[in-house]
Write a protein that binds this ligand. Structure first.
Ligand code: NAD
Ligand code: DAU
Length: 331
């Protein structure tokens, strides 16, 4: 089976490629990635001899059509992914996330190919801290930021192409991922690398916002399960019952890294900051054999901390650039 992986040099995409290269050796993988600031071809070094790599933009009709024509299935990860960046400059989010998904949809429609679109729980907006409900596939889309609105727009395009044109596609909406190769602009790697450099972790607002954490390998295993066992045209929510507020995460990082529990700083809040995400993944668990394997977040964080501690050359320059960008917005 020929599989085109868009965004395969980013955090989740590169973990996906490394994983399926080991678990699905019969998949012939081609990665399409624009190598933005968030993509690093070196992530794919261990499988470089076993995959094809194309540097290109998913919003470019010509490159997308050529690659889709030569594949059986597309697994679509390519996107601008950081909320804070979408508040500073929304355009790349519109281009990569909406137009990029549109280009893929038109191409898979033309060539009769299968598409899996990876999206986010953020398309559903946020929940109150004490709301007993969690997001399900029936929750109405209600995105808050330019990033989540661009992902919601892409999800709706996929649903429309399924219904109107009979495109063979599935969608997954996953909660917050953590693990190796995550860009240091994101919450967990930012705090780990702060501590490694002797800087206090920085919590937005009062640090009480809740995210539903999942290890990146559990997310990627769920994507494989949906591709192999999911029903065509369906949406699946992916989550591992990992709700924690940001203070709890910082507290675990500080403990694991040998720092006092109050060694953090409260900084200004993100405008429009979503309060809480929480996923009900019953449908995925009922229709596939997927189950999360990382049920101990402390253990998952420990290996993630170890990875950042030994891979400083991978993140050093990105950290300097990312902290300059945070300094400009006062966070
Ligand atoms: P990332 O920013 O780490 O990686 C994105 C990758 O896409 C990079 O390699 C980048 O170079 C590439 N890319 C960006 N624009 C492109 C374009 N126009 N053409 C080709 N390549 C392009 O993001 P991530 O965290 O790995 O997220 C991957 C996908 O998963 C995204 O669609 C994101 O919305 C979704 N998602 C992420 C999370 C999370 O917690 N990180 C959770 C749920 C869903
Ligand atoms: O829910 C899935 C989404 O999770 C994905 O779609 C996004 O691509 C991914 O970036 C992530 O979005 P968040 O905005 O939740 O992640 P981020 O890592 O930016 O922030 C996580 C939480 O931590 C959020 O409440 C903001 C807070 N935060 C973030 C940073 C960078 C801090 O308190 N301090 C920080 O320095």
């Amino acid at each position: 089976m020929r599989v085109l992986v868009t965004g395969g040099a980013g955090f989740i995409g590169s973990n996906f490629v490394l994983r399926v290269a080991a678990t699905r050796p019969h998949w012939q993988i081609t990665v399409l990635d624009a190598l933005t600031y968030a993509g690093d071809r070196a992530n794919l070094e261990p499988v470089a001899g076993h995959i094809d790599f194309v540097e290109g933009n998913v919003a470019s009709a010509e490159v997308v059509d050529r690659l889709v024509a030569a594949t059986d299935m597309v697994v679509h990860f390519a996107a601008e992914s950081h909320n804070d960046n979408s508040l500073s400059d929304p355009w790349p989010f519109v281009e990569s996330n909406i137009i990029g998904t549109y280009r893929l949809l038109e191409s898979v429609r033309r060539h009769g190919k299968r598409l899996h679109h990876t999206s986010t729980d953020e398309v559903y907006g946020d929940l109150d801290l004490d709301d007993p409900q969690r997001f399900t596939e029936a929750t109405a889309l209600n995105p808050s930021s330019p990033y989540s609105a661009s992902k919601g727009a892409a999800d709706l395009l996929v649903r429309a192409w399924v219904r109107s044109f009979g495109v063979r596609a599935t969608v997954s909406n996953c909660s917050n991922n953590y693990g190796p190769f995550q860009h240091v602009e994101k919450f967990i790697p930012r705090q780990i690398t702060n501590v490694l450099w002797g800087i206090r972790p920085k919590l937005y607002g009062q640090g009480r916002n809740v995210r539903d954490w999942i290890h990146v390998d559990d997310h990627n295993d769920a994507v494989v399960a949906i591709v192999e066992q999911g029903r065509m045209g369906e949406t699946y929510l992916i989550g591992a019952d990992g709700e924690r507020d940001n203070r709890q995460i910082v507290s675990m990082i500080l403990q694991l890294m040998g720092k006092p529990d109050d060694w953090f700083e409260l900084v200004g809040d993100r405008p429009g900051h979503d309060l809480r995400y929480a996923i009900d993944s019953s449908k995925l668990r009922a229709e596939t054999d997927w189950r999360p394997r990382y049920d101990d977040m402390r253990a998952g964080l420990r290996t993630t901390i170890d990875w950042y501690a030994v891979n400083e050359p991978w993140w050093h320059d990105a950290k300097l650039a990312s902290e300059r960008a945070y300094a400009r917005i006062g966070r």
